[in-house]
Design a protein around this ligand. Structure first.
Ligand SMILES: Nc1ncnc2c1ncn2[C@@H]1O[C@H](COP(=O)(O)OP(=O)(O)OP(=O)(O)O)[C@@H](O)[C@H]1O
Ligand SMILES: [Mg+2]
Length: 331
């Protein structure tokens, strides 16, 4: 565990549901967690399990169709759920910044990247344009962008995806935010560029005193970066723990499945999912534990009752939502 455990973001019983013609989509269904100061918290899970909706809920960006966001998200003593749009704008992009999967979507093709970075600084920081430009160029340099003065005057299409992704990281840092939410920041990039961007994220984690929520579907990428990992499945957090312990001894059968799929892929060089079946559609969730139809250890009770979070006594800082852990230890 990190020494400092001051919480900067406290999420309690967050539910984000969408009303759609196919029924209610429970994209995020009653999750609670804490983000501590200075930590990198990884949110991991297969496609569709609710990672991005969790991020949009924190950022106040949940869009129509009619959505319901319930529960509590507290940031610096303020409640974000239900906050007025104008108040949110003073927080989003300044105190809480984001890095998205698709760098192209974050930039306007009609303006130079320097101008777009300057606009972020103008919106949130009390600097003159000259000062802002200096700070932006410093920040580009800090993330190893070669010839930052030249890059400042270039347009997004003149840059590679990897370069733009790094510039988006610089953009997220301009305002020295307390929280950065990085939603699959490497997924859209090819493998060598992924490694470069991950290195930058690692440097960032060392030098930056704020907190990071790092979202990914690949458990492998979190090993080097995260302090703690929360594993999501079908709108729920099924396991929480410090990264090393979670990797060494996964408690939830789903986490074990994710880790095993990864190891198999590495050895065989092919994408062989260890966990059979698919994440259920969030408008057709099974009764009981949502993982039970795919779980090799499912018991009768798992089909009927949703497991609460258990905290095994011998493993402080860890929780697991699985009936196997009811007595404090897996049977
Ligand atoms: N605006 C929306 N309206 C209806 N359903 C939505 C909406 N946004 C997301 N969903 C559904 O909510 C579920 C969770 O979506 P989310 O984007 O959070 O998944 P994810 O974990 O980020 O997946 P990925 O790894 O593919 O990015 C999905 O089933 C998705 O189809
Ligand atoms: Mg997503």
């Amino acid at each position: 565990m990190r020494e400092s455990c001051e919480s900067v973001l406290t999420v309690r019983n967050l539910k984000t549901y969408f009303r759609t013609p196919e029924g209610i989509v429970k994209a995020v269904d009653d999750i609670s967690f804490e983000l501590n100061k200075g930590e990198v918290l990884a949110l991991v899970g297969e496609s569709g399990c609710g990672k991005s909706v969790t991020a949009s809920s924190i950022l106040g960006l949940v869009k129509a169709p009619p959505a319901m966001v319930e529960g509590s998200i507290r940031f610096r003593g303020r409640e974000l759920v239900g906050m007025a749009a104008k108040d949110y704008r003073t927080i989003r992009g300044k105190q809480i910044s984001m890095i998205f999967q698709e760098p192209m979507s974050a930039f306007d093709p009609l303006y130079t990247v320097g101008y777009q970075l300057l606009e972020v600084a103008r919106a949130h920081m009390p600097w003159s344009d000259g000062e802002a430009k200096e700070k932006i160029i410093d920040s580009l340099r800090s993330i190893h962008i070669p010839e930052p003065e030249k890059r400042y005057g270039e347009y997004p299409h003149e840059m590679s995806g990897g370069m733009l992704q790094r510039i988006m990281i610089a953009m997220a840092l301009i305002t020295s935010p307390e929280i950065i939410i990085a939603d699959e920041p490497t997924t859209a990039l090819d493998v060598t560029i992924q490694a470069q961007v991950l290195n930058i994220m690692q440097d960032l984690q060392r030098d930056y005193s704020g907190s990071i929520i790092f979202i990914t579907h690949d458990l492998g990428t979190v090993a080097e970066i995260a302090h703690r990992v929360h594993v999501m499945y079908a709108g729920k957090i099924v396991e929480k723990g410090p990264v090393v312990e979670l990797f060494e001894e996964p408690l939830h059968p789903y986490t074990l499945g994710l880790l095993t799929s990864r190891v198999k892929r590495e050895y065989k060089g092919q994408d062989l999912p260890f966990i059979e079946g698919y994440v259920p559609r969030p408008n057709e969730l099974p009764d009981g534990c949502r993982f039970h139809p795919r779980c090799p250890r499912a018991m009768e009770r798992c089909r009927r009752e949703q497991p609460p979070d258990f905290e095994p006594a011998s493993m402080p800082g860890r929780t697991v939502a699985c009936w196997l852990w009811e007595g404090g230890d897996a049977e």
